[in-house]
Ligand binder design. Sequence first.
Ligand code: F6R
Length: 263
Amino acid sequence: MTFGAISAQSRFEVFSANSNRVEVFASSAEASDAVAVAILRAVAENPDIVLGLATGNTPRKVYAQLSRAVSSGRASFARATTFNLDEYCGLHKAHPDSFAAYMRRELFDKTDFSDDRINLIDGAAQDSVREARRFADALLRKPIDLQLLGLGSNGHIGFNEPGSTIDSRVRCVELSAETLLANQETLIELQDVPSHATTMGIADILGARSIIILATGSAKAQAVRHCIEGGPSATWPGSFLSTHPHVHWFLDQDAARFLEKPR
Ligand code: F6R
């Protein structure tokens, strides 16, 4: 399977869990290439696509591939709309540790996304409830065609921490101790991870027409098992994805190692 210069040939396992499709790749690079190919295909089919995007370590290689595809003329995102999942509360978009700055560094500055179709939560908004409502309204006006997710080692999607309900909507949440620890290493300037973030809710995420979730590395293996095989439960918020008809998991071997496959 190729898309221009990207190849994703070493997929070695595909199976279905509930309505979710699960693919396991030999390495995180190969899983990431496969995700990039899937996104590039979706954009080629529908240049006006509405994309939901994630930050964090997981999608970096995907964004690098998307950037290469645009700079080599193989793809264009000029007509696409984006919504990011979340933002730290209290951080201005110019702060290097904001997710807005991450998105500029990893993707937006290297591609041709149009500024006026990029939707980000304003972490510096004085009134976070009002900002959440503004973002939720924008989402309702432009439903997401393809949502890209990462997975927290505690099973969170977006910043819907354990205990989040399936009907949760965009809101400000307190980050769990596990998330604070995991995100500490990604900080550029701050000493400590902000205690709160505004995140799309589970219901907002499940409102996407299709969802791609990428999980790599053994730190995600326990969460991957509970989310794919455990049945829907607020204890592992990613498990709510099993209720959605079009979810595609892309895993590397390390993240997949606790799955009882194939079925
Ligand atoms: C990021 C996000 C989070 C991350 C998750 C995994 O926008 O919503 O759910 O996807 O915390 O983070 P990494 O990829 O850094 O392991």
